[in-house]
Design a protein around this ligand. Sequence first.
Ligand SMILES: Cc1cc2nc3c(=O)[nH]c(=O)nc-3n(C[C@H](O)[C@H](O)[C@H](O)COP(=O)(O)O)c2cc1C
Length: 201
Amino acid sequence: MKALVIAASQRHPSQSAKVAEYIRRMIAERAVFSEVNVYDLGKNPLPLWDEGVWRNDPRWQRILEPVARLVTDADAYVVVVPEWNGGVTPAIKNFALFFGERETGHKPLWLVSVSSEINGQYPVADMKAFVSKNNKWIFIPDHTVIRFVHRYLNSPEPASEEEKLLVERMQYSLTQLERYARALKEVRRDFPYDDRFKYAM
Ligand SMILES: Cc1cc2nc3c(=O)[nH]c(=O)nc-3n(C[C@H](O)[C@H](O)[C@H](O)COP(=O)(O)O)c2cc1C
């Protein structure tokens, strides 16, 4: 199985990319997924979606080919998204527009929200309510909110009891991601896709 970690900040470097890299290492160490990749939307920004995507313009094919492969091949996703203006970044909403049920559908997603301050709950609400209808990914029951993100995950070993507990909680979420990834593979086997209903209600 393969995992894809998406760093959804538009900044580079970013705290989201730091956390994404930490999670990449966690996933690699547990060796349940045979491959884990990071796609950093700050380092490799996608242009804003336009109708050329539907026309398969060669320009878009060139841009999307490498990322589409990562997205389609993945059996599970981790989205690390900062709170911006009380919600998710435009970058992750734009990213979601390029993919649909056949690429992202019926695959588990672990949502990790970060904030430099006391917030971080709004991206969870935003993603769960407004960034899943057509992508049809499945949020695992637990999400992670990392407040004051600059203080945490700056080195492989936890720097405090508080960080140790955070990492243990993240390991527990990762266990869920692994289990759901295995189970949902079965759901996708011979899935009877019907493109009339690819846009959910
Ligand atoms: C444009 C912008 C808007 C932001 N809006 C919020 C916000 O609404 N709530 C919040 O807690 N932090 C907000 N922040 C601060 C981010 O939480 C902080 O920069 C965090 O480190 C973002 O992660 P990043 O480094 O991955 O971009 C904002 C930052 C930026 C750049």
